[in-house]
Design a protein around this ligand. Structure first.
Ligand code: C5P
Length: 225
């Protein structure tokens, strides 16, 4: 079979990564979570003291981009790749609500996007890839063979994210999670560089009311056709 490129975009916590992982597993493709890359740069900025509640040293972060090395390393026990920042596994650290509260501000910076998009395009140059994010079908792979755009109501998404964070031991309130989902939706859709928008040729899925399994089967059918 000819290998294809699958681009999955959409709002936060729409189940993009779950779907992308399942598709990659079924097809024997590589899965790339581009949100993890933006989260890793954000974590770097936090660790370096460039971003905190009331300030953001954008220029210092931009100057540091050349010393940021991002890698995905496959973890055979988990069955998926984990994010490494300068050779350190930061998979757990990047999933907190604190990182989520800054990440959309970091993702607005064009220099950050340029660096990550270049690396993403390199990873996908041999096809056989499922990539999820916000700008995959519009900017990273405008010629992707299959583009999926996922939506769900903010409440459904916040509930999902709240369960996930609580499961990972993050002590958060539902209100704080909902607020974060809404803030990121706003920033991600209004930024100047590569805003979150459905590509003209993307197929839209609202999964507020369909099960993961139904959705997966529908998409596998699309791929086979
Ligand atoms: O997918 P995830 O929720 O982990 O993404 C975190 C944030 O990273 C998004 O809210 C968005 O600001 C940014 N992002 C982006 N472009 C991508 C992937 C993520 O701007 N391709």
């Amino acid at each position: 079979d000819k290998k294809i490129t699958i681009a999955i975009d959409g709002f936060s916590s729409t189940g993009k990564s779950t779907l992308a992982k399942e598709l990659a597993k079924e097809l024997g493709y590589v899965y790339v979570d581009t949100g993890a890359m933006y989260r890793a740069v954000t974590f770097f900025a936090m660790k370096s003291g460039y971003i905190a509640k009331d300030f953001f040293e954008v220029q210092l972060l931009i100057n540091s981009l050349k010393i940021i090395k991002l890698e995905f390393k496959f973890n055979p026990e988990l069955g998926f790749a984990e994010m490494y920042l300068n050779d350190v596994n930061i998979e757990k650290e990047i999933r907190t609500l604190e990182v989520s509260s800054y990440v959309s501000k970091v993702a607005e910076i064009s220099q950050v996007r340029a660096k990550l998009v270049e690396q993403q395009q390199e990873m996908g140059k041999n096809k056989g890839i499922v990539m999820d994010g916000r700008d995959i079908g519009t900017v990273v792979f405008p010629d992707a063979d299959l583009k999926i755009f996922m939506t769900a109501s903010p409440l459904t998404r916040a509930e999902r994210r709240f369960k996930e964070l609580t499961r990972n031991g993050d002590t958060v309130t539902f209100e704080a999670v909902l607020k974060n989902v809404q803030e990121r939706d706003y920033i991600d859709t209004h930024r100047e560089d590569s805003p979150l928008v459905k590509a003209n040729d993307a197929i839209e899925f609202d999964n507020s009311n369909i099960t993961k399994q139904e959705q997966f089967l529908k998409i596998m059918k699309l791929i086979k056709s």
